[in-house]
Write a protein that binds this ligand. Structure first.
Ligand code: DGP
Ligand code: NA
Ligand code: NA
Length: 216
């Protein structure tokens, strides 16, 4: 049986990731699953949710990073099962967010390599979309921005830089790469972005699917 594709959508907060992953999932249904990170429903996810939403709940940055990574490992077997069963998995955030957000904190010792280490061995996506809003002040004016930890303009700017550092380190950015697609969504309608994503996904689906997994 042909294995399914792992299609990941990454981006800063409030760039429309969740909307786009849902739209893509709807198009691929019923032969698809949707996985969102952090998954706040698991035991570890509940701790992560508490950390993100309660300002007075403090944990060392290293512990937080390892919790996010552990959350990805919690779902890794399920992920592999779905893909081997021929289901496509649409994913909302993953390892790239993990490294970008944690390394953006500039905590001593938590460089890109340190942050990648606990995620080593997780399945790599077959397609990776990065939704970029070139003017971060646009994003901040969207409803809801600023409710959670990390949702400040200053921090989001650092995270954006870190995303590109991660892409340089892991995806040879800016050299052409058939996994990574950077989409500038500033001033684009939801429909237009969805269409662009869908045409790239269809192109990929028309090709012979990769049989082997690649890992971080
Ligand atoms: P979301 O539910 O997509 O809004 O994500 C929650 C927040 O958690 C968002 O600001 C991004 C951040 N985040 C996601 N993964 C990681 C991670 O591995 N490490 C850290 N420090 N933050 C992460
Ligand atoms: Na968020
Ligand atoms: Na979000």
């Amino acid at each position: 049986m042909k294995r399914g594709l792992l299609i990941l959508i990454e981006g800063l907060d409030r760039t429309g990731k969740t909307t786009q992953t849902t739209l893509l999932f709807e198009k691929l249904k019923p032969n698809a699953k949707l996985i969102k990170f952090p998954d706040r429903t698991t035991c570890i996810g509940q701790l992560i949710d508490k950390y993100l939403t309660e300002n007075d709940f403090e944990l060392p940055d290293q512990s937080v990073h390892l919790l996010f990574s552990a959350n990805r490992w919690e779902l890794s077997q399920e992920l592999q099962r779905y893909l081997l069963a021929g289901k496509h998995v649409v994913m909302d955030r993953y390892v790239y967010s993990g490294i970008a957000y944690s390394s953006a904190k500039e905590t001593s010792g938590m460089d890109l390599e340190w942050c990648l280490r606990p995620d080593k061995g997780l399945i790599k996506p077959d397609l990776l979309f990065f939704l970029l809003n070139e003017d971060p002040s646009d994003t901040s004016s969207r409803r809801g921005f600023g409710n959670e930890r990390y949702e400040t303009l200053q921090f989001q700017d650092k995270v954006k830089d870190q995303f590109f550092n991660v892409f340089r380190a892991l995806e040879n950015y800016p050299k052409p790469n058939d996994r990574l697609r950077v989409l500038n969504v500033a001033n684009c309608s939801i429909e237009k972005v969805a269409q662009e994503i869908w045409s790239i996904v269809q192109e990929k689906l028309a090709k012979e699917p990769p049989s082997e997994f690649t890992f971080f």
